[in-house]
Design a binder for this molecule. Structure first.
Ligand code: SDX
Length: 436
């Protein structure tokens, strides 16, 4: 963070003496005004529900230019990474800050792929859930349960323990997600195979059965691996901020990641891919392309409470670069599966075209986000709709744990504790019950 000679001068109409606040410049992106001394010097807080104008930390991991529609992991464009790297290379990059060389990649892949098993007792956690429980509810419980196996006796102030926790989470998340799926359909759990790639192994744990040899489809594996890359990290989004805030108390990292899983589940966040596919299926069921105009009219009617799921973003006011890559991946998978004429894909592309020309969306800078196509491609891969956000959580785990590591090792690290504007009752006496 570069301290600059620039400052912001805050003056008050109520006679509070004006103050100067330092301005810091990042490598790229907006400057920040350091308000840490504001309350001490003025007795006033800032007010920013939803953190529309607030930087919660400084970070070197991911940069988003919402106006340009640009996404960088450690300075590399998402398009370059999705085309030239695999997911474990991206994990190495997010965790360590640099892309691995050949030797480092081999060592990292071997390390991760030899930590994919979970404690055999984890299967008993699952038995406590109903079979029809939402997989994100199950996954939240399983990750929280991992804290019980890797208990508080571990000292996360040491780099070695933090490294071990990071590898365990990246390595075991696919196994837990696959177990949640197998449990929901009453099939036996499939053990990981260390000789497969990370994503091929995940697909065999999801779709293999003990009854026959599972055939790996390299096109589908590559497509899912790219989906993981696109979802790996995204600056200080809601679930990452949740992991940072939970982790700032010094809690067990598995517990902090469980909080991130819980936050990601919401339809305004990671749950949007599931909600988007349900939206497309509803439009399809009500008449398909002919009914798009009726649906768009409902979206524009504020009283309907209907949103175009998979559209809009707090930061992107241009195309989400991940949405473009997801649309390409979607077409590749549908072609491989002989589903080029998939009605939902055609419906989604028609809906996208209409929305991008409609003044309501254009004036609000609402563009397709990462969730708009991800549901269609996951459905084509055989992943059931209610598992979509688990896939998102699997991929985002490396981002969460990288951001957790960055926070823990930041010299400015403190427990997060926001304040409030209190608008409730001031002091009042408790009346006797007869007078209430
Ligand atoms: C993810 O933060 C991240 O980085 C998240 C994520 C990540 O990788 O971690 O990118 C993943 O969560 C992507 C977003 C997935 N969510 C959805 O697709 C759900 C649908 N989208 C929205 O609910 C909404 O766009 C948000 C939540 C994504 C962003 O909301 P904001 O920034 O709080 O904007 P807003 O709700 O204040 O909307 C501004 C205007 C409003 O209209 P007006 O009051 O100005 O008239 O745009 C409208 C909103 O009504 N609007 C939409 C809309 N999104 C915003 N109208 C219709 N459909 C939509 N999808």
């Amino acid at each position: 963070m570069n301290a600059s000679n620039e400052k912001a001068t805050l003056s008050f109409s109520d006679g509070t003496p004006s103050i100067d606040l330092p301005i810091y410049k990042g490598e790229v992106g907006p400057d920040v005004i350091d308000i840490r001394k504001l309350y001490g010097q003025t007795g006033k807080f800032t007010y920013d529900p939803g953190f529309m104008s607030t930087a919660s930390c400084n970070s070197k991991i991911t940069f988003i230019d919402g106006d340009k529609g640009e996404l960088l992991y450690r300075g590399y464009q998402i398009q370059d990474l999705a085309t030239n790297c695999d997911f474990l290379e991206t994990c190495f990059l997010l965790i360590k800050g640099e892309l691995p060389n050949k030797k480092q990649k081999e060592e990292f892949d071997t390390l991760v792929m030899h930590h994919t098993m979970v404690h055999e007792q984890m299967q008993f956690f699952l038995r406590g859930f109903r079979r029809d429980a939402h997989p994100m509810a199950v996954l939240t419980g399983l990750i929280g349960g991992m804290a019980a196996f890797y208990h508080d006796g571990v000292d996360y102030t040491t780099e070695r323990e933090r490294d071990v926790a990071q590898i365990r989470l990246v390595a075991k998340m696919p196994t837990l997600v696959a177990m949640a799926y197998k449990y929901s359909i009453g099939q036996p759990f499939i053990y990981p195979k260390n000789n497969l790639s990370y994503t091929a192994n995940f697909m065999q744990m999801m779709f293999a059965t003990p009854c026959e040899e599972y055939k790996i489809n390299d096109v589908l594996v590559r497509a899912l691996d790219r989906i993981f890359i696109l979802h790996a990290d995204h600056e200080q989004n809601a679930s990452t901020s949740t992991v940072r805030l939970a982790g700032s108390s010094g809690t067990n990292p598995f517990a902090a990641i469980a909080a991130g899983v819980a936050c990601l589940w919401g339809p305004a966040h990671g749950g949007a891919n599931e909600a988007c596919l349900q939206m497309l299926e509803e439009i399809q069921a009500s008449g398909g392309v002919e009914k798009i105009d009726d649906f768009i009219a409902k979206v524009k009617d504020k009283n309907s409470g209907v949103r175009l799921m998979g559209f809009g973003h707090r930061v992107y006011k241009n195309f989400d670069p991940r949405a473009k890559l997801m649309r390409e991946t979607c077409y590749e998978v549908l072609k491989e599966m002989g589903l080029e004429n998939d009605p939902l894909f055609k419906l989604a592309m028609t809906l996208e075209k209409i929305a991008l020309e409609d003044e309501y969306f254009v004036s609000r800078k609402l563009y397709p986000n990462v969730d708009f196509y991800s549901g269609i491609v996951q459905r084509a891969l055989g992943i059931p709709t209610d598992m979509f956000t688990c896939i998102f959580a699997l991929a985002r785990t490396v981002g969460w744990i990288s951001q957790w590591e960055e926070m823990i090792t930041d010299a400015e690290y403190k427990i997060g504790r926001p304040r409030q504007l209190f608008v409730g009752h001031a002091t009042r006496p408790v009346p006797p019950i007869a007078k209430r």
